[in-house]
Ligand binder design. Structure first.
Ligand code: NAD
Length: 257
């Protein structure tokens, strides 16, 4: 493990355009469950409540979505960045990180101090919502105040339209601008580091493949095996909150030589 940590640090110290690609595993140590680990979201909730067809298809579908959101969003809101998020932000401060592409919706990279323009959110951000009718934006806190006051299905106060979270639901189209930015960052990267992702959710999981195909080194930091381990240049099996601070300490040592 120590040798692998040192190798990743040396690559980061040398990289011209390093990109980190994160998934739910980077935030489990902040208390937000991932989807696929034991005890994760799949074990505890009915995923059909989070699909686009169910949300858009009926008032009952939206009621089920917001019932679930009423329980899950407060966990995200209360979470704080962990050592892995802080290490990613510090890599940027040291000039060692070009961009962070994230599948997460929890805002924790930004809250750890990574400038928002460096974070590419492939699946949106849970803290924001928008009216599908008139486009008005509302914070998730505003919407939860309506839920707390008894609204089963929030409606836009201006036009009565459907209020939708900024997150990408299962079966919903990906945000084209974020996808285009992510693909470009991946193709321009000379090092892509996956952190805490099962790499089974598509199209997001194409991003590390694009980077690899364009010639970047691919490193994977994850607790469990992924389908891309076989074509990665380096795999570190460990907790993001242990591995990334150890990598950062080595990068600092290289930077001050
Ligand atoms: P996933 O649940 O499919 O996989 C998470 C991976 O992280 C697993 O392989 C697991 O072994 C690993 N992992 C868990 N804890 C770890 C740790 N401490 N250190 C290193 N690895 C760890 O997550 P995914 O690949 O991101 O895909 C699931 C989808 O779920 C994403 O699209 C994402 O939008 C969404 N999601 C987001 C959040 C969040 O915003 N925090 C939480 C749950 C799900």
């Amino acid at each position: 493990m120590t040798e692998r940590v040192a190798r990743l640090a040396a690559w980061l110290a040398d990289a011209r355009a390093a990109v980190v690609f994160t998934g739910a595993g980077v935030s489990t140590e902040s208390g937000i469950p991932d989807f696929r680990s034991p005890g994760g979201v799949w074990d505890r909730f009915d995923a059909s409540a989070m699909t686009w067809p169910n949300f858009i298809g009926s008032v009952e579908g939206r009621r089920r979505y917001w019932e679930l959101g009423h329980v899950t969003y407060p966990v995200i809101r209360a979470a704080r960045p962990n050592a892995a998020h802080r290490a990613v932000a510090e890599l940027h401060r040291l000039g060692r990180l070009h961009a962070c592409i994230t599948q997460n919706i929890d805002d924790l990279h930004q809250r750890a101090g990574l400038p928002p323009e460096r974070v590419i959110e492939l699946h949106g951000n849970a803290a924001r919502t928008r009216c599908l009718g008139c486009g008005a934006g509302f914070t998730r806190d505003e919407v939860h105040a309506w839920l707390d006051a008894g609204a089963g299905v929030p409606a836009c106060p201006g036009c009565g339209g459907i209020v939708k979270p900024h997150t990408v639901l299962f079966g919903e189209a990906m945000p084209p601008l974020a996808m285009a930015r992510a693909e470009r960052a991946a193709r321009e990267a000379d090092l892509l580091v996956v952190v805490g992702s099962s790499l089974v959710v598509y199209p997001a999981a194409y991003i590390p493949r694009h980077a690899r195909e364009a010639g970047a080194r691919l490193a994977i930091v994850n607790l469990t095996p992924t389908p891309l381990d076989g074509c990665a240049d380096l795999v570190i099996r460990g907790k993001a909150g242990d591995v990334l601070p150890a990598v950062l300490a080595k990068v600092r040592a290289w930077a001050t030589r």
